[in-house]
Design a protein around this ligand. Structure first.
Ligand code: PAF
Length: 281
């Protein structure tokens, strides 16, 4: 496994590979867990070489304390990746390798996807995501890039970004991996206390209950149910619950048999922000 800290040497290494080598790419912000590793394994099965980037992207954080506290565990990340069988290249840059002195994001119009849920609650977040994913895709030039469905909205945004910028890459979404208690695997889970970790399973349990009751309960009834579940646990603060159309990510106003819906939750355990989602039909 080779580690590059500069884009020039990474590009050089990739261009010295065999001409028809298929390149897979897994962009991450590090603090790797089994969910990331499943993306890398998927990429290894379907490509000749896999690039994993580890970079905590400052422009996608709308809150400086959140950026500061984001877990950074590069040594552990590298040892996890070293255990994998296959040709893995790690790109572990400093901010200055990807941004000029202004460290700013480009403004995107993702056709309103950027104004729903995460976009509404984290202003500018998807401009930051779009900016860094675009930069990384242009450096790595992968055939396929892999993203987790835990960040379902991000996955839709990245698909839109690739269409807007006409980047020749296939975007693959991979299923959410869960802890034994159902909590979606996330780098942020590393910041939870043991108690918070157990309590955070409420997010998954609530999503499951919403799925079970989706066909028999009105949308308003489901909203009330979720609010009540979170009120019963004062240690978890619900930021939003949405049932949205899977394609447009617009809040569902009524259930239409021909549409696919997904439930989305964002909640705080202390100052740790957790998100999760689940298909409903
Ligand atoms: O999902 C993430 O970890 C990040 O948003 C990504 C895609 C690596 C961009 O910084």
């Amino acid at each position: 496994m080779v580690i590059h800290t500069q884009k020039e040497t990474l590009v050089q290494a990739l261009s010295s590979g065999a001409k028809n080598d298929k390149i897979g790419f897994v962009p991450t912000m590090g603090a790797l867990h089994k969910g990331h590793i499943s993306l890398v394994k998927n990429a290894l099965e379907n490509n000749d070489v896999v690039v994993v980037s580890i970079f905590v992207n400052p422009t996608q954080f709308n809150n400086s304390a959140d950026l500061e506290k984001y877990p950074r565990t590069p040594e552990d990340d590298i040892s996890l990746l070293k255990k994998l069988k296959g040709d893995v290249i790690v790109y572990l840059p400093e901010v200055s390798d990807l941004y000029d002195a202004s460290v700013s994001a480009k403004k995107y119009n993702f056709g309103n996807l950027e104004n729903e849920m995460e976009g509404k609650h984290r202003k500018g977040h998807f401009d930051g995501v779009g900016t860094i994913v675009s930069k990384l895709l242009k450096i790595v030039k992968p055939n396929t890039a892999y993203f987790g469905e835990k960040d379902f909205q991000q996955l839709q945004i990245v698909k839109k970004l690739v269409a807007i910028e006409m980047l020749p890459v296939k975007i693959v979404g991979c299923p959410i991996l869960r802890e034994k208690n159902g909590l979606a695997m996330s780098s942020r889970n590393k910041r939870l206390t043991a108690k918070q970790f157990e309590e955070a399973a409420l997010i998954y349990k609530t999503l499951q209950e919403v799925r079970e009751k989706f066909s028999s309960t009105s949308l308003a009834g489901l909203n009330t149910l979720v609010t009540e579940r979170f009120l019963q646990n004062p240690n978890l603060n619900l930021e939003y619950f949405e049932i949205a159309n899977e394609k447009t990510l617009k809040t569902a106003k009524r259930k239409n048999k021909a549409s696919k819906y997904r439930a989305f939750i964002a909640a705080f355990a202390g100052d740790v922000r957790l998100i999760d989602n689940m298909p409903l039909n």
